[in-house]
Design a protein around this ligand. Structure first.
Ligand code: ADP
Ligand code: MG
Length: 352
């Protein structure tokens, strides 16, 4: 009950927007359920500042607005800053949901990963300056560790709220220039098991490059979405039984892998890797045995990086990328993993 009162009061005091408050700018993305633009405020609201991001979404937009409002209240730092959502009935194409976020910046993790400079480009944007230090594995490991800590922190916030993202991938991770840290975006495929928004109609949406082998979040023993009150009562139990959060952990594990192994950053190589891993029954250690003897210099360098400090990175990686969801580490437990005992990037900048 309190939650609803809070939500209501909060909504009363938040600024609201209408369609003609915005000037639509550059297109940032286009998925099967909406188009995303960078927008600015029109003249009549020129006393307010900043750029925004607008998603014009189809019928699923209602759920995405609901998810974003819940995230804003429960774990606001995990995701891009959600501003407002409403239904626009005036479009000729039929009713459209408008979702608005603060514009966090131009860099997604996908863009940063594709650069030859990765991970040094990330070091520069996190620290806000170029470090004049020798390049090498140790330094790269520190940067990757810092990124992983930020990603797990954001994910732990979502999972502790009861939300599973289901579409964690570098394209859905944005660098927030305001907080100098990575945030998760795109709750378009997210599910909330605790409150009862428990819809599963979009499995076909899941990105096969980053999806865990189980594909479906709920086991096949939970056939269809129960009605909301029933789901609210059952879902903590279902959560324990099925550990749906471990679906996201698998995806984060693949991102860790791509950061450590430059040769796995391209789409085609990631797809090839997924095929090899499937042939190894999703056993990462078996995959290593298979490829290491005839590994390229690039691949060997990845193994060297995860083997630093007694192989603690490899240990974390193999505890995320596992076939059985219940054997995967949780976001919270991963944050307490010894891989994070060593100081990350901040130690580097203090050394200067
Ligand atoms: P889609 O459903 O098209 O995947 P996303 O929510 O992932 O929609 O947004 C598409 C793209 O728009 C992202 O990959 C990112 O480049 C950009 N974007 C989304 N939200 C923001 C934001 N808050 N700030 C800056 N860029 C954003
Ligand atoms: Mg997206």
């Amino acid at each position: 009950f309190d939650m609803f009162v809070l939500a209501f009061v909060e909504r009363l005091f938040r600024p609201t927007f209408r369609k003609d408050d915005f000037v639509v700018g550059k297109k940032l993305g286009e998925g099967s359920f909406g188009v995303v633009y960078k927008v600015s405020l029109s003249k009549k609201r020129s006393n307010e500042e900043g750029d925004y991001v607008l998603k014009k979404a189809t019928e699923y937009g209602a759920v995405e607005i609901w998810m974003n409002e819940r995230v804003r209240r429960a774990c606001g730092n995990s995701c891009a800053d959600f501003v407002y959502g409403f239904l626009d009935k005036s479009s000729k194409k039929g009713p459209e949901y408008w979702l608005l976020w603060k514009y966090e910046g131009e860099s997604t993790l996908a863009g940063l990963l594709q650069s030859k400079e990765f991970p040094y480009n990330v070091e520069t944007i996190i620290l806000g300056k170029v470090q004049d230090l020798p390049k090498g594995l140790e330094r790269e490991n520190k940067i990757i560790q810092t990124i992983m800590r930020q990603l797990l922190f954001a994910l732990d916030g979502l999972h502790s709220t009861g939300i599973i993202h289901r579409d964690v991938k570098p394209q859905n991770i944005i660098f927030s220039e305001g907080s100098r840290s990575f945030k998760i975006i795109d709750l378009g495929a997210a599910a909330d098991l605790r409150v009862g928004i428990n819809y599963i109609p979009k499995e076909f949406l899941l990105d096969p490059r980053y999806a865990a082998p189980e594909q479906y979040i709920m086991s096949t023993q939970t056939p269809s979405a129960p009605s909301a009150p029933v789901a609210a009562a059952l879902s903590p139990v279902l959560w324990q039984m099925n550990l749906p959060d471990r679906f996201d952990i698998y995806s984060i594990g693949l991102i860790f892998l791509q950061m450590a192994f430059p040769s796995l950053r391209s789409d085609s190589n990631l797809i090839q890797f997924n095929r090899q891993l499937k042939r190894c029954d999703y056993d990462l250690t078996a995959w290593r045995k298979l490829v290491e003897p005839r590994a390229s210099a690039d691949l060997r360098r990845g193994f060297e990086l995860v083997d630093l400090d007694g192989g603690i990175g490899w240990e974390l990686l193999t505890s995320m990328v596992r076939y059985k969801a219940r054997q995967r580490i949780s976001a919270k437990a991963a944050l307490a993993h010894p891989y994070f005992d060593r100081q990350g990037l901040l130690a580097l900048s203090v050394m200067q």
